[in-house]
Design a protein around this ligand. Structure first.
Ligand code: NAD
Length: 487
């Protein structure tokens, strides 16, 4: 495995289907979260590299082969890329696991999803069409979709491969030329995917990837005058900067920010299924999922029973290296682990109490960034732990007495990404689901991030715009209205 990984190191920036050295001449070490060791390096792309990447994308659209392809041809390229991802699935999964520390089964599932993004949007590329609008006598009016132009994609480290597929595939299906700035903490799979896109036959300039620091390469891309749209996934703080940059440039952006997603458990729910789902939804990817189910709201009449079952379940959870393939891996970095530790210390000072904890496997490397999965109860609904995203395997549990209180608590944070409602009473489940403000609602289940076909995105501070499903395509398309007077 190490040999594969070393061969990925520090090739530079990927522009016009070729690796070239970064103009900065600097590199960034890649640290494996599982053992804290540097195992590779990436180029620290800078503003000059971003200039070159944006120029390459512009040329691909205006004078290159990419801009001349038909929708069907674009779709075929995406399907070819999907097959190449399948062919390299094990290599990509190992790379993703090493880079992020996630268990191999999660990394393998992620790569299946990457392939599905290219497959789904490959199939959709030539099925995007406008309408004919009834208008005045003597006119024919059509709407049609065109690419926005050069689209910028700034992605995070938690699911590097999936995030690349999720944002780049629909942009390409629509005919845009892309510049991607993956996260400096983990980006080896995005870099490899760019190579595979070239191998699939994407013309030069369609897919350009510039790795580097957020405040350097990321800021240069977000503020570049040559881009036509920004797709951003990451923290609310950086999302604000990106939105300001987009506003100054008079272009659109989608922001996929964090969440504090609740699962609401009514007493008449299938409690066995709910316990399993609640634990899985916060432990997945060590809690570093924007749509992690990080709050559980439980009807008071079943509180004791539910908490007892949840305690038993949590005490079985194990963290370890990707190869151990347990329930979760480490968090991404030492910095992230200390941020989580500081937050938990403040929560405990505010009165939150530990109900249950999972374990870190004893043979996990001591230098790895492991965090024990933990459930807190007696969490004050207005405290930081109930309100702010931890981005770690930490669950905040709170009781409620009535349907109204459950809805109030569910809506009582600044976020609105995903929510789950568990009840045997179908009318109540639907009623509550309709009142909770979130972009995705699950009834008697929970899909943290699941479903390529399902439109996904935030309300409130979780962001705006939709990714996944057909909706994502429209975000990356410019609608034109064509008014023809024929007399
Ligand atoms: P982050 O905002 O620090 O980084 C995200 C990306 O932005 C990275 O590529 C980073 O290099 C870049 N960046 C950083 N500073 C920048 C700047 N000044 N200008 C332009 N780009 C810049 O977030 P993170 O720490 O990588 O990820 C964790 C956060 O992302 C969490 O809050 C999580 O909830 C959120 N997230 C949301 C989703 C979603 O779909 N809603 C998915 C994954 C992660």
């Amino acid at each position: 495995m190490n040999q594969i990984l070393r061969s990925e190191a520090a090739k530079g920036v990927f522009i016009n289907n070729r690796w070239q050295p970064s103009l900065s001449g600097r590199t960034i070490p890649m640290i494996a979260p599982a053992d804290g060791q540097a195992f590779a390096a990436i180029a620290a792309g800078n503003a000059g590299d971003i200039d070159l990447a944006v120029a390459a994308a512009r040329a691909a659209l205006e004078t290159g082969a990419w801009g001349r392809l038909t929708a069907t041809e674009r779709g075929r390229l995406l399907l070819r890329l999907s097959r190449l991802v399948d062919d390299h699935a094990e290599e990509l999964a190992q790379l993703e696991a090493r880079d992020t520390g996630k268990p191999m089964k999660q990394a393998r599932a992620d790569i299946v999803a990457v392939s599905r993004y290219f497959e789904y949007y490959g199939g959709a590329a030539d099925k995007i069409h406008g309408d004919t609008i009834p208008f005045m006598e003597g006119f024919l009016v059509n709407t049609l979709y065109e690419p926005l132009g050069v689209t910028a994609h700034i992605i995070p480290w938690n699911y590097p491969g999936q995030m690349f597929g999720r944002t780049v595939a629909p942009a390409l299906a629509m005919g845009n030329a892309t510049v991607i700035k993956p996260a400096e903490e983990a980006c080896l799979v995005p870099l490899r995917l760019a190579e595979l896109a070239a191998e699939a036959g994407f013309p030069e300039g369609a897919v350009n990837v510039v790795p580097g620091l957020g405040e350097e390469a990321g800021a240069a891309l977000a503020n570049h005058r040559g881009i036509d749209f920004i797709s951003f996934t990451g923290s609310p703080e950086v999302g604000t900067l990106v939105q300001i940059a987009a506003a100054k440039n008079h272009i659109g952006c989608t922001l996929e920010l964090g969440g504090k997603s609740p699962q609401i458990i009514f007493g008449d729910a299938d409690l066995g299924a709910a316990v399993q789902s609640v634990a899985a939804a916060v432990v997945q990817n060590a809690g570093q999922t924007c749509s992690a189910g990080s709050r559980v709201l439980v009807e008071r009449r079943i509180w004791d029973r539910f908490m007892a079952d949840l305690k038993l379940r949590f005490e079985q959870i194990r963290a370890g290296t990707p190869e151990m393939d347990l329930d979760l891996g480490p968090v991404i970095s030492a910095g992230q682990r200390s941020r989580i530790g500081a937050m938990l210390q403040r929560a405990e000072q505010e009165g939150a109490r530990i109900l249950a904890q999972g374990e870190i496997a004893t043979n996990s490397p001591a230098e790895g960034f492991y965090v024990r999965p933990t459930v807190y109860h007696e969490v004050n609904p207005v405290s930081e732990l109930a309100q702010r995203e931890v981005f770690g395997p930490i669950l905040a549990a709170m009781p409620f007495d009535s349907e109204e209180e459950a809805i109030r608590l569910a809506n009582g944070t600044e976020y609105g990404l995903v929510a789950g409602v568990w009840s045997g009473d179908g009318s109540r489940a639907i009623r509550v689901a309709r009142k909770v403000r979130a972009g995705q609602l699950f009834v008697n289940g929970y899909g943290a991030g699941g479903g390529i076909e399902l439109p996904f995105g935030g309300m409130k501070k979780s962001g705006h715009g939709r990714e996944k499903g057909f909706e994502a395509l429209y975000e990356f398309g410019a609608m034109k209205t064509l008014v023809i007077k024929h007399g």
